[in-house]
Design a protein around this ligand. Structure first.
Ligand code: DX5
Ligand code: ZN
Length: 229
């Protein structure tokens, strides 16, 4: 990736570790702290065991901040649920390859709903799984943990896959329109490796919420570490 791209490292805090009793305030604080977007980890208790945000929860926060919302759907039936997350005000809907038998059709449906479409791949899924849908995607998400919980350890062996997807995007006709995101275990000590491999958007949950110096400090530190490569 060219040096200029490193300046564009985007930080997408996951609100999974937020105090849910103060979810709106937490999102307002993230916006003030300089986050680039809010990452909503939607889990249905089936695709992954955990159960999190329904569309009404997201809709209740939508009027409070101007930041773009991306919903990462870790659910078994993303195609069926997509309209609900469009109504909730999500700009970008990320679905898992592993949950979409008709991925091309699902991505088209998300775009028809007026959202950008993103595709996520689990650690065991090869980069080639996204090769024939890049023209429909605004973002590819390479998971750097197995989905389901926050606070897991970064899987550094995913960096070769990040580099593969980076090359695939750069060689496609859509290189300027497709972002490459990583999600899971991203903190000041891991973000550099993911950035060097070619990621440009970084989801971070625990590292942002556990920083005692506050969200602004955490986000600044992540940006600095992503650029210092
Ligand atoms: C994992 C989620 C992630 C994760 C991020 O299933 O998609 O967004 O919770 O949290 P940390 O940064 O704590 O790994
Ligand atoms: Zn996520």
């Amino acid at each position: 990736m060219d040096p200029e791209a490193s300046l564009k490292a985007l930080i997408a805090p996951s609100v999974l570790p937020a105090d849910f009793a103060r979810l709106g305030e937490e999102c307002i604080s993230l916006e003030k702290a300089g986050a680039d977007r809010i990452h909503w980890d939607v889990m249905d208790g089936r695709f992954v065991p955990n159960l999190t945000f329904g569309p009404d929860v997201i809709a209740s926060v939508r009027p409070l901040v101007a930041l773009p919302f991306e919903a990462h759907l870790m659910v078994e039936d993303p195609h069926e649920l997509a309209p609900r997350y469009a109504e909730a005000g999500c700009e970008l809907l990320i679905v898992h390859v592993e949950a979409c038998p008709h991925l091309h059709r699902t991505l088209g449906a998300i775009r028809e709903l007026g959202m950008d479409a993103g595709v996520a791949i689990n650690p065991a899924t090869p980069a080639s799984a996204v090769a024939h849908v890049l023209d429909l995607c605004r973002l590819v998400l390479v998971m750097t943990v197995n989905p389901g919980w926050g606070g897991q350890s970064y899987i550094s062996s995913m960096e070769s896959k990040v580099a593969e997807v980076r090359a695939m995007i750069d060689q496609s006709e859509h290189s300027h329109e497709v972002e490459l995101e990583v999600d899971g275990g991203i903190g000041p000590s891991t973000i550099g490796g993911a950035a060097r491999a070619g990621a440009g958007v970084f989801v971070a949950g625990s590292s942002v919420f556990s920083d005692e110096a506050g969200f602004g400090h955490a986000i600044g530190e992540l940006r600095g570490a992503a650029s210092a490569r």
